[in-house]
Write a protein that binds this ligand. Structure first.
Ligand code: GRF
Length: 191
C-alpha cells in the first residue's frame, strides 16, 4: 500500500495532530505524516511532533505583510515536504482563497460542532446557549468560506443539564481524535 504523504497544520497543543500521527505509524494506515507546521513557533504540538520524529516547521505569521505572503511561503514548504493532503488540526488561521485553490479538495479540518451549526469560535457555549440536546464535531473539506466545505464525518454526543462549556470541550475533544483518524483514512482511501 502506498501511503499518502500528509501534512498537518497546527497552532497549539496538537492533540488531534498526535492522534493522526500515532495512527499513521501503523503499517495499515493509508497516510504518512511528512510534516507538521505551525504558525505559532512556541506551539506545544511542534515538540510533540518532533518527539515522534516528524519533520516540523515553525512559520511565525507575525512578520508577514499580509495573509497572501504567509500562505505563499506555507504553500512552498508544503510542496517541498511532498504533501498531497493537508490536515488542519487546531490551525487558527483563515487560509486565503488562493491557497485553498492550490489545494482544492486536499485540505481537511476538524471543527468542534455539528456543522453547519456554529461555524467559527465558542462552539460549546453557543450549543449550550441554544439549549441543544446534541453537540459534537465534524471533519470537513476546507473551502474559501470558513467551516463551510462538505462534511466528511460527524459524531455527536448528548448534552446533559450539568454540562458547561468546559465539560463539553473535554467530551468533544475525546471523540474528535478517533473521528479525525477515521475521516483522514476515508479521504486517503478514496483518492
Ligand atoms: C479542537 O477542538 C479542534 O476541533 C479545533 O481546535 C481544537 C484543537 O485542539 N479546531 P488540539 O490542538 O488538536 O488539541
Amino acid at each position: 500500500m502506498r501511503k499518502v504523504p500528509t501534512a498537518i497544520l497546527i497552532s497549539g497543543r496538537g492533540s488531534n495532530m498526535l492522534a493522526l500521527a500515532k495512527a499513521a505509524q501503523s503499517p495499515d494506515y493509508p497516510c504518512q505524516i511528512v510534516m507538521v507546521a505551525s504558525n505559532v513557533p512556541e506551539a506545544e504540538g511542534l515538540q510533540r511532533a518532533a518527539d515522534l520524529g516528524i519533520p516540523v516547521q515553525a512559520l511565525d505569521h507575525t512578520p508577514f505583510e499580509d495573509r497572501e505572503a504567509f500562505d505563499q511561503i506555507l504553500h512552498h514548504k508544503l510542496q517541498e515536504s511532498g504533501a498531497e493532503l493537508i490536515c488542519c488540526a487546531g490551525f487558527m488561521r483563515i487560509l486565503t482563497p488562493w491557497f485553498v485553490d492550490q489545494w482544492k479538495n486536499k485540505i481537511i479540518n476538524i471543527h468542534p460542532s455539528l456543522l453547519p451549526k456554529y461555524k467559527g469560535l465558542n462552539t460549546h457555549q453557543r450549543a449550550l446557549d441554544a439549549g441543544d440536546r446534541f453537540h459534537g464535531c465534524s471533519v470537513h473539506f476546507v473551502t474559501a468560506d470558513l467551516d463551510s466545505g462538505d462534511v466528511i464525518l460527524q459524531k455527536k454526543i448528548k448534552v446533559t443539564p450539568r454540562d458547561t462549556a468546559e465539560t463539553l470541550a473535554q467530551k468533544v475533544l475525546k471523540i474528535e481524535h478517533p473521528l479525525y483518524v477515521e475521516a483522514l483514512r476515508k479521504v486517503a482511501e478514496s483518492r
